[in-house]
Design a protein around this ligand. Structure first.
Ligand code: C2O
Ligand code: CU
Length: 701
């Protein structure tokens, strides 16, 4: 007998399916062949499938199975086995009969490195390098400025001594305002909301600001002395003028992420404009064609300039009044993680970016630039959250968790319901309930949340990290902020649903609150997308492969990363290789986007399209590379639909400008070419962009 198990990606409105705890979800599709009658194997009547963790602390009966193909339902364990046994009875809590077949998840291939690796690690040498730790790494700049601090380690993670002795990356450390006394700078202010109309003019100035984080002052960057930059609130189809002044010591530009605006205002240095030098100005004409939530950020050394605070949201108010289901209030959350080395920010690489492998994961979680984000709402209110991931590399998995607010100690944690209504460039065809919200860098999601019970809810980022030296997963929970939910005034509450009984929650009974329980189909969005449906199944027009190349990386790093290639998680959720990652710069690591049809790579790719083209593109994120990793792929100036992941059609579409490509997966998109000009497409992990992963396409009018 034989069998195989396919791990199919279940439907999700996000780039990857995980539960609130960050466990990846799969539908197990089991195919069996050559099974005999159970009685032929002994005193058995049934063939049964079981789901088990590798150390059998979890065993779940999946029910009887037979020859042929069948679904085993949803699987959500980090490492697991599927076991097929012959059983006498169907209701046994664990298998009692004969073991027939066993399948292991790819993640079970992770294991600790062997003793030889540990020895090499302890010695820190490569044959022939004269015993100098990290001597293979010969790219140190000759003029050493202020020394690099050690990158912070995640508590509880083991590190090889040889890794701890790695040389710093091949770059001079940079922090802003080294010669400036923070006290001479004004304290940055939280952002203003600028309500603008068609034809309005706005001034934006990038400059140095003083930011107070956990009662210490740091010099960072900001737009108009604010963090984040001002929120531009505009009606659909408006055009505004932005007079930009560069008052930071770097050349820079502003890119209006996701907007289908004029190519000349797209803000890509060397492609659509020259960089704006320090002290210079540039005038952008910003057109808002589509409803949705967008953001602006520099497109030069984004790994530094955006990370230091140069980012802001734009809300395009839909023309259609009921475009989204009703909500009682709106909040904008720009999600970030900033890397601190002790009390001070970890320096950046001056000549080139550091953290070129996995990107710069931070250890200080920020919402709208604040480490202690707080929101106050009333029970029963529907809050529309516009979420934007502005981090350099981190993919978030966000959920809310609260203790029941009515003092019943020991009550189960409360999870308010989350409804997804929109993403990058507008609404989904239909609303969906989700347990958590997954956003990769530059993606936006629009969700509605109703907190039914008064109390305190934490906004959590929950993921499963990988301890690469232990070969194990471990849960990580970070608190991004707190939502305080007040009881509604009795007058507002009494009309809600069932008559108020003792102890029943006092919930506001607004029209939005009453409408919240129903999942809507968004007719304008669905009708528009339906116009493209006859294009979905046409042959693929173009392909891209995502991979990487390395040169001159230290021997021990090479050995460990090679070992680690036994298994790549679909998403690297956390920076659990801090030394190796920090040490890598864009001098040793080259991330590649390749056109397999021509072999052209990165900026040598220059596709050509005509306005009106509708292009099906297949994106392969290659697993067989030195270090496979997810890439949030962003296309400038156009919009696209995600048609399928790993061949499974997407059943709920929305227009997007950034799509998460998990490691080892294939994603099909339908790119609508509407906007002439010379545009860029690239990975939105800032360090991958700096390390080469970008390409061009020209749209002819
Ligand atoms: Cu958000 Cu090319 O960028
Ligand atoms: Cu990438």
């Amino acid at each position: 007998m034989s069998g195989h198990l396919e791990l199919r990606t279940p439907h999700t409105p996000f780039g990857v399916a995980v539960n609130a705890a960050g466990h990846h979800l799969y539908e197990g599709i089991l195919t069996l062949d050559g099974l005999p009658e159970p009685a032929a194997l002994g005193d058995y009547h049934h063939i049964v499938a079981w789901l088990a963790s590798p150390i059998f602390d979890t065993i779940v009966a999946l029910g009887p199975v037979a020859n042929g193909t069948q679904s085993l339902g949803e699987i959500g364990l980090n490492k697991f086995m599927i076991i097929i046994t012959a059983e006498e009875r169907l209701d046994a809590p664990e298998w009692e009969g004969r073991l027939l077949l066993r399948a292991s998840s790819p993640s079970s291939r992770m294991s600790p490195p062997d003793m030889q690796e540990f020895m090499l690690g302890a010695m820190g040498t490569e044959p022939g390098d004269a015993g100098i730790p990290g001597a293979a790494h010969a790219h140190m700049p000759t003029t050493a400025a202020a020394p690099w601090p050690h990158p912070p380690m995640l508590p509880g993670l083991t590190m090889f001594p040889a890794l701890m002795a790695l040389d710093p990356p091949a770059a001079t450390p940079f922090l802003p305002g080294a010669a400036t006394d923070p006290a001479t700078l004004p304290l940055a202010r939280p952002r203003d909301i600028l309500r603008l109309g068609d034809g309005d003019v706005v001034d934006l100035e990038a400059g140095l600001v003083r930011r107070r984080i956990h009662s210490r002052d740091h010099i960072m960057y900001g737009f108009n002395g604010q963090y984040p930059g001002p929120l531009l609130h505009v009606p659909e189809a408006a055009t505004i003028t932005v007079n930009f002044t560069n008052s930071i010591p770097w050349p820079t530009t502003i890119h209006w992420h996701g907007l289908r605006l004029d190519n000349a205002s797209d803000g890509v240095p060397g492609v659509t404009q020259d960089p704006v030098e320090p002290g210079e100005t540039f005038r952008y004409t910003v057109h808002f064609k589509d409803p949705g939530v967008y953001w602006y950020h520099p497109h030069h050394r984004e790994d530094i300039l955006k990370d230091l605070g140069l980012y802001g949201n734009m809300l395009v108010e839909p023309r259609e009044p009921d475009y989204y289901a009703p909500a009682d209030r709106e909040e904008f959350l720009m999600l970030d993680d900033f890397l601190m080395a002790g009390d001070a920010p970890m320096p950046f690489g001056t000549e080139r970016s550091t953290h070129a492998f996995m990107g710069r994961f931070g250890n200080l979680f920020l919402v709208n630039g604040e480490p202690d984000y707080e929101l106050e709402v009333t029970a029963g209110e529907v809050v529309r959250l516009y979420l934007t991931n502005v981090s350099n590399t981190r993919t978030f998995n966000l959920s809310f968790e609260g203790a029941a607010g009515r003092g019943d100690a020991g009550a189960a944690p409360q999870h308010p319901r989350i409804k997804v209504v929109g993403t990058d460039v507008g609404a989904f065809e239909r609303e969906e309930w989700v347990e958590s919200i997954v956003l990769s860098p530059a993606e936006r999601y629009i969700v509605h949340v109703r907190f039914d019970e008064p109390g305190e809810y934490r906004l959590l980022n929950r993921i499963q990290g990988i301890d690469h030296l232990g070969g194990t997963f471990f849960p990580e929970t970070d608190t991004m902020g707190v939502v305080r939910v007040a009881a509604a005034r009795p007058a507002d509450a009494e009309t809600f649903g069932a008559p108020a009984s003792a102890g029943a929650p006092a919930m506001a009974a607004t029209p939005a609150s009453l409408a919240f329980d129903t999942l809507r189909t968004n007719l304008p969005a669905a009708r528009e997308i339906a116009l493209y449906r006859d294009q979905f199944d046409l042959p693929i027009d173009r392909e891209l492969t995502f991979t990487l190349e390395t040169t001159g990386i230290p021997y021990i790093v090479q050995r460990l990363m090679r070992f680690d290639s036994a298994y790549f998680h679909p998403v690297e959720w956390s920076g659990t290789m801090p030394m190796m990652n920090w040490n890598s710069s864009s001098q040793e690591v080259r991330w590649i986007v390749r056109d397999p049809a021509t072999g052209a790579e990165n900026m040598d790719i220059e596709w050509e399209f005509e306005v009106g083209d509708i292009v099906r593109i297949r994106l392969h994120n290659e697993r067989r590379s030195f270090h496979a990793m997810q890439h949030p792929f962003h296309i400038h100036g156009q919009r696209f639909l995600v048609l399928a992941r790993n061949g499974v059609p997407n059943e709920n579409l929305a227009w997007k400008d950034t799509v998460l490509l998990p490691a080892g997966t294939t994603t099909d998109i339908l790119l609508e070419i509407t906007n002439p000009g010379r545009w860029m497409a690239h990975c939105h992990i800032s360090e991958h962009l700096e390390a080469g992963m970008r390409m061009l396409f020209t749209v002819n009018p």
